[in-house]
Design a protein. Sequence first.
Length: 265
Amino acid sequence: MRGLRAPFLAGLLALAPLPAPAQENPAPIAETFEIGLSTETISVGTNFGGSRLVVFGALDNADQRLLRQGRYDIVVILEGPRRDVVVREKERTLGLWINRAAERFNAVPSSYALVATRPLRDIAPAVTLRQLDIGIENLEFEAPSLRTVRPERKAEFSDALKRLGERGGLFTQVTGDIEFVSATLFRANLQLPPDLPVGRHVARAILFREGVFVRERSEDLWVVKTGIESQISRFAATSGLLYGLLAVAVAVFTGWFGRLVFKRD
């Protein structure tokens, strides 16, 4: 019997189920978030003096520890319609201002408003900010050619274009106008200028976790003209030739009537 016991025990061990391998920790679920706008359309009339746009957002699957430590950052950007722009450099010669050089840039946002939870340098590395076009200083404009200026001067024209946008109030950048109203809900306030460009604007919300880009969401905002300006703009777009003829006729009549009124005896 003793000689049969060893084979019998070996058979039981062979039939016994092996212990299940220890499962690895499941991968954490990535954060997600959605955004919404306080309005989808802004009407611009003769008495339009600027407006405020509120961007709401909800953050899901966030790490509560990082939330308590303030390790999440959000950047909200409103970009105006993109257009081709020519930047010219002038110099005074013999009492006259003459164009010295020029550069054309393609698809330049006509306006750019940014708000962020913290200074951009504290949110992400400079290379990431440049890749995502975050910050006025990080905007890169595409030039179709470099025939008019030397390549090393392209940056000078680009910087001049940004300065003009900032001077006119169309390029703005503010820190701290984003607040978390609850553990997962945030709100961003964007102040829009009085001469807000007409057309399709894009609101971008970008989420960072400890300096790392997580994801981006976007929504469209339409700026439209109202009143007589809207009718004139629509007429000019649909009947360009007739609009041009009427404009010339009005200019001629205005000049003739002005001379008649202010004619000296």
